[in-house]
Every structure is written in structure tokens, then in C-alpha cells.
Ligand binder design. Structure first.
Ligand SMILES: *Cc1c(COP(=O)(O)O)cnc(C)c1O
Length: 397
């Protein structure tokens, strides 16, 4: 820029230059810009018509999103991806990008609380019908899909009761019915499950959880074919739930260690599950790696590299007993999320399922004594010691 201009003019355009360097940055920089300038008007045509690669405006796509999307699409074995601001914006883009008023979703009754609220409060309000099924029972799903429907929506490992669904059977049923098969694979991560291998058309992750893995950024992603993603992307652009470049950069940085983290945390989870099994204060350990888990055989077929890092227990003595346990835990913090480096615990009955009425809670097996752990990468001995000590302090009458 010419030095004849006044300071105010010069600084208004500071930084609008390309960095000259024979060498490339090893890690992609954060493209902290909302817009991209065109050299001329014909470039506008080339970029809009996809004849040349190019970015336009951050909400339409940005380099840090593109890098995350292609890494995740490779991991899940899909053609394309769409990074969003949160898991919920991914889920809403999928539903509103593929369905219209008069359509019908058959959904698992064991889904993330926010998803349940979206289905109950917005999806139905806008004229899309929702039928809940117990997706552990493929016959129930087949029955529900014998009426006209457009989508089967499930989570492969369910929250908070850690059931494992037979995605292969469900994928087959969805294919026969000719509906989209959508799998929220947040709990399983691409390390432990590959929903596309079992017929999923669309895979969703809340990258806020294990993928970013450090409890410091929110994000979501939708994975599928270009054809399926196109209308979903258009809706995401219009609805606007697109995060910033630094968020995507953080998620991608977390992703690099996902395999290592999951290896350690799923191995920890299995050791903890075995240690808690049979403890006098524990009515039931819900972990798919245990031989007595109701879907252990299904889990062996559906999961790989271990059985995941989510583990729930039913503490004897109800709310008072879980209060004792939570207060006794020191390193393990009581927080309403999952998927971080450190082990955390949540009490679903008073948090995620607080507003769910008691009959539904009973049907979903969410008792006052249920505690859900997200296992981290600590040394297993320390984890076991801490949880066992806390449980030892429960007084049973
Ligand atoms: C957390 C979560 C979501 C929602 O993700 P946000 O990033 O909080 O919007 C969706 N599905 C599952 C299974 C989750 O755990």
C-alpha cells in the first residue's frame, strides 16, 4: 500500500497482505477472516460455479472447517462433511435439511436430552411427526417403519444407560424401508464404531465431546455423501449455526490425539467396570465390555478397539447414596458433559433427565441411583481407588 495515504487509511487495511515464504506452515493457520476478496468479477463466476476452489464468506465455508471436515470424512468413510457450531446445530441441520412438514421420523427413545427436546418441541411443532421406539428391539423398529416414514434416528451407544444398538440390523431395516438412517455416534467416536459400515446414510458427532476432547470448545459435524449433504449444508447456511475458525482449529487439534485418548480411556473404563462389578454398594454396572452386559455380544460386533469410555452404575440407596458418592469424589468432577481428558460424572435424574416425567424415566431405566461416568486418561489405579473409596463410604441400611 502506498505510503502517501494517511495513517487512518493505512491501518484500516493493515494485514491485508499475503505472507511471502518459500516454506509452508506445518500446522494450518487459523484463518481468522470472515471474507475473501476476489481478483476480478470473472473469479466470482468461477468460485460460485465451483470451477475454481475459493472461499467467499465464513458462513458458507472456511479453510479451517474444510480441513476438519475432510479429516472426519476420511475417518468415518464418507464422501463429505459439514462442520457446525455445536452438535445441536448439526442435528437440526440434518432434520430440517432433509425433511418437510408431513414427513415422519422414527426415533430411538434413548437419545441425548437436547435431541429429545428438539424432536418434542420444534420438529413436531413444524409438522414433522415423531414416533419413538425402543431401538434395542429391531422388530419394534420394523413395525414402526411399516407406516410411511422418512428417517430412522438413533444413537449407537445410548445415553445415559449405555445400551448398544445393533446398527447392522437397524441399517438393513432402514434400507428396506427406504428411509434415511441417521446415527449420532458421539459416544462411540470414529475409533470405536463405524456406522457407515452398517448402513448409516448420515453420521453426526457433537465434536464438543471426545473429538475435541479438552472441554474447551463446542462443535458439531455431519458426515455423508455430497448428494445427501448438499441440502443439509444449504439449511445450515440459512439457519446460521456455523462456528468460527478458531473453534474448528481447536477441534482438529483435539482430533489428532483421539485414537490415543480413546485407547487409554476405554481400557480404563473396562478396568473400572471390572473393579466395580460386585461392589456391595453397586446394584449394576452398565458397561458393554462386561460379559453380563445385555448387549455384550452385539457390542462385540458393533464396537472395535475396546468398548468405549462411557460407563454408568446404579448405586444402591438412591439419591442419598449418590450424594455421598459425588461428595467423596475428588479428582472426578461433577459436570454436565462428557468426553474430556479427565474422568467426570453426572447424575442424569437431576440434570439431563430432570424434566422427564417419572414414568418415562422408569421406562428408560433412569433411577435416582444412576451415575454416568465419562472415563478419562488417568492412571487406572488412581481411578479405581477413588471410585471404590467413594462407594465404600455409602452406608447401606
Ligand atoms: C452433547 C451431545 C449432543 C449435543 O451436542 P452440543 O455440542 O452440546 O450441541 C448431541 N448428541 C449427543 C449424544 C451428545 O452427547
Amino acid at each position: 500500500m502506498s505510503n502517501d495515504r494517511k495513517p487512518a487509511s493505512r491501518i484500516a487495511h493493515a494485514g491485508e497482505t499475503e505472507i511471502e515464504s518459500l516454506t509452508d506452515p506445518l500446522v494450518a493457520p487459523i484463518y481468522q477472516t470472515t471474507v475473501y476478496s476476489y481478483p476480478d468479477i470473472s473469479a466470482v463466476d468461477d468460485v460460485y460455479e465451483h470451477r475454481e476452489p475459493g472461499y467467499i464468506y465464513s458462513r458458507y465455508g472456511m479453510p479451517n472447517h474444510r480441513l476438519l471436515e475432510s479429516a472426519m470424512a476420511q475417518l468415518e468413510g464418507t464422501q463429505a462433511g459439514l462442520a457446525t457450531a455445536t452438535g445441536m446445530s448439526a442435528i437440526s441441520a440434518v432434520i430440517f435439511g432433509t425433511l418437510s412438514a408431513g414427513d415422519r421420523i422414527v426415533a430411538s427413545n434413548q437419545v441425548y436430552g437436547g435431541t429429545r427436546n428438539l424432536l418434542d418441541q420444534d420438529v413436531q411443532r413444524l409438522g414433522i411427526e415423531v414416533t419413538y421406539v425402543d431401538a434395542r428391539d429391531p422388530d419394534q423398529v420394523r413395525q414402526a417403519l411399516s407406516e410411511p416414514a422418512n428417517m430412522l434416528y438413533v444413537e449407537g451407544i445410548t445415553n445415559p444407560t449405555i445400551n448398544v444398538l445393533d446398527l447392522a440390523a437397524l441399517g438393513e431395516i432402514a434400507r428396506e424401508a427406504g428411509v434415511y438412517f441417521v446415527v449420532d455416534s458421539t459416544f462411540a467416536t470414529p475409533i470405536h464404531a463405524g456406522p457407515v459400515d452398517h448402513g448409516a446414510d448420515i453420521v453426526i458427532h457433537s465434536t464438543t465431546k471426545f473429538i475435541a476432547g479438552h472441554n474447551d470448545v463446542s462443535g458439531g459435524i455431519v458426515l455423508g455423501s455430497e448428494e445427501i449433504l448438499d441440502p443439509i449444508r444449504q439449511v445450515a447456511i440459512r439457519f446460521g449455526g456455523i462456528g468460527g475458525p478458531f473453534d474448528a482449529w481447536l477441534v482438529l487439534r483435539g482430533l489428532k490425539t483421539l485414537a490415543l485418548r480413546m485407547r487409554q480411556s476405554s481400557s480404563n473404563a473396562l478396568k473400572l467396570a471390572e473393579a466395580l462389578h460386585g461392589h456391595r454398594a453397586v446394584e449394576r454396572v452398565r458397561y458393554p465390555g462386561l460379559g453380563n452386559h445385555p448387549q455384550h455380544q452385539i457390542a462385540k460386533r458393533m464396537l472395535r478397539e475396546g468398548y468405549g469410555s462411557m460407563l454408568s452404575i446404579d448405586v444402591r440407596g438412591g439419591r442419598q447414596a449418590v450424594e455421598t458418592v459425588v461428595q467423596r469424589l475428588e479428582m472426578i468432577r461433577f459436570v454436565e458433559t462428557l468426553g474430556g481428558l479427565g474422568t467426570t460424572v453426572v447424575h442424569p435424574a437431576t440434570t439431563s433427565h430432570r424434566s422427564v416425567d417419572s414414568a418415562v424415566k422408569e421406562e428408560l431405566e433412569i433411577s435416582d441411583g444412576l451415575l454416568r461416568f465419562s472415563i478419562g486418561i488417568e492412571e487406572p489405579e488412581d481411578l479405581i481407588e477413588e471410585v471404590v473409596t467413594a462407594l465404600d463410604s455409602v452406608r447401606l441400611s
